[in-house]
Design a protein around this ligand. Sequence first.
Ligand code: IPE
Ligand code: IPE
Ligand code: MG
Length: 235
Amino acid sequence: MVIPQHVAIILDGNGRWAKSKGMPRNYGHVRGAKNLEVICEDAYNMGIKYLTVYLFSTENWRRSKDEVDALMRLFRQYTKTCIKTARDNNMKVRVLGDPSALDPDLQESLRRLVESSKDNTGLNFQIAINYGSRDEIIRAVRRVAGDCREGKLRPEEITESLFSGYLDTAEVPDPDLLIRTSGEQRLSNYLLWQLAYTEFYFTEVPWPAFTKEELQKAIEKFNSRDRRYGGLKGE
Ligand code: IPE
Ligand code: IPE
Ligand code: MG
């Protein structure tokens, strides 16, 4: 079985999962965060080298203040735990998205997390927080334009690979497999550039109930696909 090098996940359905148990949405987020730690370890043990997860979108600020506050509290805790997990499991963590809208203390913890794990050689773990693909592309375009204005770059030098280097995922290969849990079949502004040739897998299972077995199912499905990159397979 071929193990995809890079798996991206849209962790969806925390709220609906909690509701189905008669619990508040925030309980779903807490259980979802716990599950992320488990799946992270499973993914690495299965041989996945890059795991990129969507924690909070640029659109998620539109949720109720209560929910946004609870999510931010959870991210604070999660980031602290992740510093330890990254150390214990040799994980290298990168943050995708624009941290500037987050509270300064959360920004600081995220910086510490990235800095303290930068030399680790195990799982490459990307967390997308206040991430939106259109926002990422616009931020990249601004920097490209800035470099052109300063004479560091000529417009005719702008290629796909040069532009990729301006994105938040600069050092990360494109995902091979995208998984979205909980039934929705849309991208919700996730990795629009990077997913150009990625295989998509949608499952009804909500994120807090997503297990290693579900991840294996997604990988089996991925293996049964005839992967092409525009040409014919094997060309
Ligand atoms: C995903 O679960 C987590 C975040 C977007 C933060 P949701 O909160 O979107 O749960 P549903 O989709 O409403 O069930
Ligand atoms: C996408 O999920 C964002 C994250 C998982 C962080 P949403 O639940 O916010 O997406 P929509 O609103 O259903 O498209
Ligand atoms: Mg959702």
